[in-house]
Design a protein around this ligand. Structure first.
Ligand SMILES: NC(=O)c1ccc[n+]([C@@H]2O[C@H](COP(=O)([O-])OP(=O)(O)OC[C@H]3O[C@@H](n4cnc5c(N)ncnc54)[C@H](OP(=O)(O)O)[C@@H]3O)[C@@H](O)[C@H]2O)c1
Length: 260
């Protein structure tokens, strides 16, 4: 029997975030445009970009040309730490490049050297203005998240951090959950040996690839995952993870590959 999992996770404020999105780092120009168009055509409804990736305009163009409604696609972008102090200007530039009046999630890409509380206050203000439906952080540890909560009383909706079976740390996952912070994992493949015998055996048992097992493992944990690919077949396969499920024993074997 095929188990079912939700395809979205609910962020504070009721925003639905799709559990699988397309990562776009290192995709630029025509390749970025083609990859995003293909992803949207095969069912992705979540695209992860950042000012740093220099592809924000391609995300906007691909979304416009896809014919999809803006409200049907979840868009994330990120503030460069050196833009701290110029948050509003940075977001305005992203919105112009994306050709939209709001993003679904705006993240502090990694902790700025200073003024993190001031930056977080600005993030909360643009959320309250409706320019970002939700706001969060990336590459923060639990102590840094606690600092934001202490100073503003508001936790980030999401913390986007490096995550994969080999990095699995139940304490970090539980710590984020306790604080109401959704874990979004990045670099699921770069941090994984796709020839690992455990992943291979489980993949063979389900007639899927080890990469698909890695993605399914994330979503069964309720962890958002954003695999990047510029290859049409991989873009398709990375989204084809809703037709099989992992048993509790298989989940435990994959968890055991981790460090936690
Ligand atoms: N917040 C942060 O600081 C941060 C840092 C890093 C990444 N990110 C975000 O997370 C996204 C994903 O992370 P990532 O790009 O670092 O790494 P990733 O998604 O783990 O790996 C991408 C690499 O895996 C290959 N690949 C894709 N699908 C595959 C499959 N089914 N089987 C085998 N190989 C496959 C890709 O090749 P092809 O493209 O040639 O198919 C590419 O070389 C980024 O694009 C970005 O949006 C955020």
């Amino acid at each position: 029997m095929t188990g079912t999992v939700a395809r979205t996770v609910t962020l504070p404020g009721g925003v639905e975030m799709p559990l699988v999105g397309l990562g776009t780092w290192q995709l630029t120009g025509r390749q970025a445009y083609e990859a995003i168009r293909h992803a949207l055509a095969v069912g992705y409804r979540h695209i992860d970009t950042a000012t740093m990736y220099r592809d924000v305009d391609q995300v906007g163009r691909a979304l416009r040309d896809s014919g999809l409604r803006r409200e049907d696609v979840f868009l994330t972008t990120k503030l460069l730490p050196e833009q701290a102090g110029r948050e509003r200007e940075a977001l305005d530039a992203s919105l112009t490049a994306l050709d939209t009046d709001h993003v679904d999630l705006w993240l502090i890409h990694w902790p700025p050297a200073r003024r993190v509380e001031a930056t977080w206050q600005k993030f909360l203000a643009v959320r309250d203005e409706g320019l970002a439906r939700s706001v969060g952080v990336s590459n923060f540890d639990l102590a840094e998240i606690d600092q934001l909560i202490r100073t503003t009383g508001e936790a980030p909706a999401v913390n986007q951090i490096r995550w994969a079976p080999a990095l699995h740390d139940p304490q970090v996952l539980a710590g984020q959950r306790e604080r109401g912070v959704v874990l979004e994992g990045y670099s699921p493949f770069k941090s994984t040996d796709l020839d690992d015998p455990v992943l291979r055996e489980i993949a063979d048992a389900h007639g899927v690839t080890p990469a698909q097992v890695v993605l399914r493992w994330h979503i069964e944990h309720g962890i958002v995952v954003i695999p990047k690919s510029g290859t049409p077949e991989r873009i398709e396969r990375n989204f084809d993870v809703f037709g099989f499920s992992l048993s509790p024993q298989e989940m435990a074997r994959i968890d055991a590959l981790g460090t936690g």
